[in-house]
Write a protein that binds this ligand. Structure first.
Ligand code: PXL
Length: 446
């Protein structure tokens, strides 16, 4: 079966729903979530609970939507799209809270609740009298709830002033029905900012550098990143780490767009990172792709121009791994994250600088046959010929790839070797970009 990349994209993009308020400054609320989701390569859907008017200096009016249009919006999205995860932000009043509860209680997808109470410019995002219903109806929907220190204090009606009280307050919020609690923005020692995580049966802290100053939208980008990671079946710990890094970069990139405080900028991933993460998302959704993952698992890499070492090549710190018939992405994208595939790419890139991306797949005769029938260029090397000193130095990949392209005039699409004693045979696909690799893949798998 031929895989059409265009259909693949249409059918397999992750759909994330943001339920919250509209912010015309687009720094927070549903507008900011749509931008974050799109940055992750996911498709963002929205259900609006309230319209706020605000800018970077002041907060104006709020108009909550009616129960009728809220129900109708929910019905529209829930009946049409396969939704992979939901983020709930501003809910404003009891009527909205109860309506959301009725519609969402039956769903079995991850829900991240960001219990927003006040905007940075001082606007009340929830009515005081609705907080009790928020605790009763919205908190139990949460797979993860992400209050900042101030919100955690309001929800638990107590002050955070020590590590012990953070734990107590997290437990208290968990007792309201949230499965996992992440209290963000606790000031730590040495200019660190700490997030406290309480899972069902474990607790820990994740610490990061602090950036001084007030920004609009940092909390929203944090919770949007958590729902993306959770919907990708990441663990709570991995999701929190991912969100912390994403929010950190968004804050670091914050821009003074209006006359008041800066607005966070989530459009901060370099192009290499954003194309590779999108392509990995598409790769793992290719039908039956688990059959092509080798025992040593798969890495998908993308290099900066003129890489000097594998540190200039982006890859997964974990791998794309097989779990039964599913394929899971373990770890995060980091420069220097891949050793073998990145080394192979480095060698090819030296001779053919336009080749900046690579992926390894399981060796199968049937694939080699398909490759030979396609118009892809293929070369190979034989590990039997490998000199002893190369084997001992552990530089087999470098030696093999150098050999395979020694006489090539054109860049290779595919290089394979059939293995050796104790060494798994392997196929590596090369391309200018991750997208071009997906195109080549569509000719040979499926
Ligand atoms: O960042 C919290 C938040 C969420 N939703 C809306 C907001 C804000 C903060 O201003 O305006 C609509």
């Amino acid at each position: 079966m031929e895989i059409q990349i265009s259909t693949l994209k249409q059918e397999n993009t992750m759909n994330l729903l943001s339920i919250g308020g509209s912010d015309p400054s687009a720094g927070a609320g549903i507008q900011s979530d749509v931008k974050s989701f799109s940055e992750f390569g996911a498709y963002g859907l929205t259900v609006i609970t309230a319209i706020t008017s605000q800018n970077t200096s002041s907060f104006g009016m709020i108009e909550p939507v009616s129960k009728k249009i809220l129900e109708n919006q929910l019905e529209s999205v829930l009946t049409d799209f396969k939704i992979d995860g939901i983020k709930i932000g501003m809910v404003f009043n009891s009527e909205i809270i109860k309506t959301l509860y009725q519609q969402l209680k039956k769903l079995k997808i991850p829900i991240v609740v960001d219990p927003v109470i006040k905007s940075t410019t001082g606007g009340a995002l929830i009515e005081n009298k609705a907080i009790e219903d928020f605790q009763k109806y919205i908190i139990p929907l949460a797979t993860v709830i992400t209050p900042n220190k101030f919100e955690a204090e309001i929800l638990s009606k107590s002050k955070i002033n020590s590590k012990k009280t953070v734990e107590k307050i997290a437990k208290n919020i968990q007792n309201m029905g949230a499965k996992n609690v992440v209290i963000t923005g606790i000031e730590g020692k040495n200019n660190k900012i700490v997030d406290f995580v309480l899972e069902k049966s474990t607790k820990y802290q994740i610490s990061g550098d602090r950036i001084k100053g007030t920004n609009h939208g940092s909390g929203c980008s944090y919770s949007a990143a958590i729902i993306f990671a959770m919907s990708n079946k990441k663990s709570i710990r991995e999701s929190v780490k991912f969100a912390k890094e994403f929010a950190y970069n968004s804050i670091k990139n914050a821009k003074k767009i209006g006359n008041g405080i800066k607005i966070v900028d989530s459009q901060n991933k370099d192009k290499i990172n954003s194309e590779l993460s999108q392509s990995i998302n598409e790769f793992v959704k290719i039908k039956n792709i688990y059959k092509h993952i080798p025992e040593c698992q798969t890495n998908f890499v993308y290099s900066k121009q003129k890489p000097k070492s594998t540190k200039d090549i982006l890859g997964l710190s974990g791998r794309i791994v097989k779990a039964g018939k599913e394929v899971i992405v373990a770890g995060n994208l980091t420069y220097g994250g891949s050793k073998h595939v990145a080394t192979a790419l480095l060698v090819v890139n030296k001779k053919f600088p336009e080749i900046q991306s690579a992926i390894n797949l399981k060796y199968e005769n049937s694939i080699i046959l398909k490759i030979k029938k396609s118009n892809l260029s293929v070369s190979n090397y034989d590990r039997i010929d490998e000199p002893m000193n190369v084997k001992n130095k552990g530089s087999s990949v470098k030696w093999g790839i150098t050999n395979a392209i020694k006489n090539s005039k054109l860049p290779p699409d595919i290089i394979f070797h059939k293995g050796d004693f104790g060494k798994e045979p392997m196929i590596i696909i090369f391309g200018n970009t991750p997208k071009s690799i997906l195109k080549k893949l569509s000719k040979i798998v499926g």
